[in-house]
Design a protein around this ligand. Structure first.
Ligand SMILES: CC(C)(COP(=O)(O)OP(=O)(O)OC[C@H]1O[C@@H](n2cnc3c(N)ncnc32)[C@H](O)[C@@H]1OP(=O)(O)O)[C@@H](O)C(=O)NCCC(=O)NCCS
Length: 104
């Protein structure tokens, strides 16, 4: 096992969700983590993912998160779109309404 000093790991999924009544292609973010934490790696990684989404023609990054990390994403300028069970529905873009029909 190599001695890893900095780690940023995430899965980016090709997804379609209903945003403001319209099917919208989004880059679904899952299993995101950084090591060490609190060093700015998360914020920079999100920016890089937003850039990938933009270049590939997605509306943006879309994901679900628990309450304990919601503040991180809001600090990064993302939006709280709603609630799904015990998780928040978040995205890098604002929306009036959101509907998730696909399995994640
Ligand atoms: C959540 C996570 C990805 C954030 O990455 P990070 O590299 O620690 O975050 P950063 O250092 O880039 O922080 C950016 C800003 O968010 C703030 N922040 C970080 N974690 C926070 C949290 N849980 N709640 C509120 N604010 C938070 C930082 O203080 C920083 O604020 P600043 O810009 O005013 O200095 C990382 O802590 C992590 O891997 N956590 C464990 C796994 C996890 O919960 N992943 C999310 C699954 S949805």
């Amino acid at each position: 096992m190599p001695d890893i000093k900095f780690l940023s790991k995430a899965a980016l999924l090709d997804k379609t969700v209903i945003i403001d009544g319209k099917p919208t292609k989004v880059l679904g973010l899952a299993s995101f983590r950084t090591e060490p934490r609190g060093q700015g790696i998360g914020k920079h990684s999100l920016r890089a993912m937003e850039d990938i989404a933009r270049r590939k023609g997605y509306a943006g990054i879309f994901y679900f998160c628990f309450d304990d990390v919601k503040g991180f994403y809001l600090k990064c300028g993302h939006y709280l779109l709603g609630r799904r069970g015990d998780k928040n529905i978040m995205a890098s873009f604002p929306a009036k309404s959101v509907e998730v029909t696909e399995e994640w």
